[in-house]
Design a protein around this ligand. Sequence first.
Ligand code: FMN
Length: 145
Amino acid sequence: MAVHKILYSSRATAGMNQDELEQILKVSRRNNERAQLTGMLLHHPPTQLYPATFLQVLEGERDVLEVAYARIAEDPRHGNLKLLSSRPAEHRLFGEWSMGLEYVSDADLQRVLPGFSPDDPEAVRIQDLTENPAVAEMLLHLYVG
Ligand SMILES: Cc1cc2nc3c(=O)[nH]c(=O)nc-3n(C[C@H](O)[C@H](O)[C@H](O)COP(=O)(O)O)c2cc1C
């Protein structure tokens, strides 16, 4: 079956601790397994300038994916969603994962955003990640296999 893939970024609306993230993960794994969706959720903690950032990739059958994305987009735990890409994919990148979770460190971010500095308003911004599909894809690839 053809695989479709979406990639979006969002901002947490409130502080997210590890328990809350794991709760999201638990529900996601249950639902995604049932819907044969796979993917990865990245979380970067809040900085002085920005709330916590999410980047999520979801893969699966297109109609199923669109229904899931519509539900996720309404979740009040995050907002400011930006759909960075929605396209057919040759194969699943995260075939083994109903949903993976990775905590993005500043060092990881600096690998794809040279000059990134979390609390310096003059430096490279995390915006460049949340609005730029190529940068977001590069970051995701750090966590593949
Ligand atoms: C950043 C973020 C990512 C999420 N990812 C998924 C997901 O991949 N799959 C999923 O079913 N729900 C995901 N959720 C949760 C959904 O928004 C929603 O709460 C959940 O699907 C409801 O499931 P339930 O009706 O079984 O309780 C996510 C929520 C957030 C805040």
